[in-house]
Ligand binder design. Structure first.
Ligand SMILES: CC(C)(COP(=O)(O)OP(=O)(O)OC[C@H]1O[C@@H](n2cnc3c(N)ncnc32)[C@H](O)[C@@H]1OP(=O)(O)O)[C@@H](O)C(=O)NCCC(=O)NCCS
Length: 353
C-alpha cells in the first residue's frame, strides 16, 4: 500500500480534484502571464468564480473509480497523483484539421502543469505519455500530440527531450509594417485567387513537414464555386455584428487587382481566469514566400489587421506562421515585435517509444 502511494498515478479527472485543480490553474496562468503570455486575473474573486465554474464542469466525473475514462467527446482531462496528492494536470482537445482520411488527428495539450514541489520527477512526461497512449488508441497510429509553448518558457526543453518538433511560430506585433498594397475584407471576386493561395499554402506546409492539414486540392471551377458559397455565407453572417468578436478574412491585392495574400483575423475579449483584455490573432496567413509582391501583400495584410485589432482594443496582434515561413523574420525586425510562442508536435507512436 505504502509503495502504491509513492508511485505516480495518471488517471481521469474526478469531481473531488476541483480544489487542487484551481490551485494548479492559478499557478499556471500567473506563471504564463509573467512570461509574457495572456494576462491572468489577480483578483481572488475572479479565481473563486473560476473555481465554481471548474467544479460545475467536472461535477459528474469520477476518475478515482474509473481512471481510464479520461475523454468526453473531443475533450480529455488527466491528472497525476504523487504520494496520494494531485500535483499535476493536462487537458486535451482531440480533433482533425480536415476531412481527408489521410489527415491525422491532432491531440492539443492544454494547461499542462506539474506543481513546482513535484517537478523533475518525471510526472510531466508521464502525463504526456499517458495522453499519447489514449489518443493513439482512440484516433489511430497517425495521431499527433501538439502543444503551444511560450517563447520565454524553458518548458521548450521538456518537449524537446520528449521528441517534439516545431511546426509553427506566433510572432507578436504592436507596430505595423508599411501597408503598400490595398487590403480589403474578402469579396466574391477573390474566390479564384483564394483557391490558388490556399492550394499553394497547403503544398508549402506539406513540403515544410507539417502533416496536420488536408492535402492541397487543385483549384478547379467547382472548388472556386464552393469558396464563393462560403464567402457569401460569411458576408451574410458578418451583417449580424457581434461587438465582442472580430472574425474577418482580409485580402491584399496587387496593382492589377489580383489577390496575392490572405489572412484570417480573429479577436475577442478574454474570459475568466484572464484579465478582460482584447486578444487578436491572424490564425492563418497565405502568401507565396518566394514572390516579393506576395510578401509585400502579406505585410500589408498584417498592417491592416493590426489597425483593425487596435480599433477593437488590442495592443498587440499575434501572427501565426509556418515555422520556416520567412515572413516570421520580416515581422521580428519590426520595432517592439517579439517571438510569442511555438507550436510543437510529435507523433503519439513516437512518444510511446
Ligand atoms: C513543463 C513541466 C510540465 C515539466 O514537468 P516535470 O514533471 O518537471 O517534467 P519531467 O520531470 O517529466 O521532465 C522530463 C524531462 O524534461 C526535462 N525538463 C523538464 N522541465 C524542464 C525545464 N523547465 N527546463 C529544462 N528541462 C526540463 C527534464 O529534465 C527531463 O529530462 P530527462 O528526460 O533528461 O530527465 C513543468 O515544469 C511545469 O509545470 N512548468 C510550468 C507550466 C508550463 O510551463 N507548462 C507547459 C506549458 S506549454
Amino acid at each position: 500500500m505504502a509503495v502504491e502511494a509513492l508511485r505516480p498515478w495518471v488517471r481521469a479527472v474526478d469531481a473531488r480534484d476541483a480544489p487542487a485543480l484551481v490551485a494548479l490553474h492559478r499557478e499556471l496562468w500567473v506563471d504564463h502571464d509573467l512570461r509574457g503570455g495572456m494576462p491572468a486575473a489577480r483578483d481572488d474573486g475572479v479565481w473563486q468564480s473560476y473555481g465554481e465554474l471548474l467544479q460545475s464542469q467536472i461535477a459528474h466525473r469520477d476518475g478515482r473509480r474509473t481512471p481510464a475514462a479520461s475523454f468526453e467527446g473531443k475533450l480529455g482531462h488527466f491528472v497525476v497523483e504523487h504520494r496520494g496528492e494531485v500535483v499535476g494536470q493536462v487537458e486535451v482537445y482531440l480533433d482533425r484539421y480536415g476531412m481527408s482520411p489521410k489527415t491525422p488527428h491532432v491531440a492539443e495539450l492544454r494547461s499542462l502543469i506539474v506543481s513546482p514541489r513535484a517537478r523533475g520527477l518525471g510526472l510531466g512526461a508521464a502525463l504526456v505519455i499517458e495522453v499519447a497512449r489514449v489518443v493513439y488508441q482512440r484516433a489511430g497510429r497517425r495521431t499527433l500530440v501538439a502543444a503551444e509553448v511560450l517563447a520565454r518558457n524553458e518548458a521548450l526543453r521538456f518537449y524537446d527531450r520528449l521528441g517534439f518538433r516545431t511546426l509553427e511560430r506566433l510572432v507578436g506585433v504592436s507596430v505595423g509594417p508599411a501597408k503598400t498594397l490595398d487590403v480589403d475584407p474578402i469579396d466574391l471576386r477573390d474566390a479564384e485567387d483564394l483557391a490558388f493561395l490556399d492550394h499553394d499554402a497547403r503544398q508549402q506546409r506539406a513540403e515544410w513537414g507539417d502533416p496536420r492539414f488536408d492535402p492541397p486540392i487543385p483549384p478547379t471551377p467547382e472548388l472556386v464555386r464552393m469558396i464563393e458559397g462560403g464567402i457569401s455565407q460569411d458576408l451574410i453572417q458578418s451583417a449580424n455584428v457581434d461587438p465582442t468578436r472580430l472574425r474577418e478574412e482580409l485580402v491584399a491585392h496587387d496593382r492589377r487587382g489580383r489577390g496575392v495574400a490572405a489572412g484570417h483575423l480573429m479577436a475577442s475579449i478574454l474570459g475568466v481566469p484572464f484579465a478582460p483584455e482584447a486578444r487578436a490573432e491572424i490564425t492563418r496567413l497565405a502568401s507565396d514566400p518566394d514572390d516579393p509582391i506576395a510578401r509585400e501583400g502579406a505585410l500589408s495584410v498584417v498592417a491592416e489587421a493590426l489597425h483593425r485589432a487596435q480599433s477593437f482594443g488590442a495592443h498587440e496582434l499575434l501572427v501565426r506562421l509556418p515555422f520556416l515561413h520567412p515572413l516570421g523574420d520580416d515581422l521580428l525586425r519590426l520595432p517592439h515585435a517579439r517571438p510569442f510562442s511555438w507550436i510543437l508536435a510529435a507523433p503519439a507512436a513516437k512518444l510511446l517509444g
